[in-house]
Ligand binder design. Sequence first.
Ligand code: AMP
Length: 189
Amino acid sequence: MLNIVIFGGPGSGKGTQSEKIIEKYGLDHISTGDVLRAEIKNETELGKIADSYISKGQLVPDELIIDILASVFDKKENSRGVIFDGFPRTIPQAEALKKMLLERGTAISAVVALEVEDDELVARLLNRGKISGRSDDNQETIQKRLNVYHSQTAPLIDFYKKENLYNGIYGMGSIEEIFERIKSVIEKI
Ligand code: AMP
């Protein structure tokens, strides 16, 4: 399997680039944010819990998201590979992902990390907020999400560097330019 983690701060282009990677390489997409937003829309119990964290810019607790991830992954039968978008976001999640894949006889092939400065992330998210209708794309919550990214998610950079899986991608420029950089990483796997 070709399993790719797409990594980066909120607004770094993970969702946009995931779509392009999926189209080109025929992978399945797991976006934990999309899964949670679907639960909220369907007004499930899980959705209610998730909403109380998401709307405040906080992360959903690890145990909850790890269970969700495993059940979504197990539904992708005969997959050529999966792109993990928005997961992992903490060290315990990264450890759980490694274990889950190992138990299923596979592993992460590469981490593709979109590197974008904070000022640009804020500008992109404010812009997206005008059309996304997302409860978390507003000034106050964006700042909280960035703080959460730096304190809880950025430590994964060193984690994946130690695992020799980290590939930093300059995340500024056009969608196509960034995708070219990503392709050159994937083609070397
Ligand atoms: P995203 O669509 O990836 O930006 O995720 C939106 C929000 O969903 C995040 O700010 C978190 O509140 C929650 N979320 C998504 N993925 C995770 C995750 N892996 N761990 C914890 N919370 C998550």
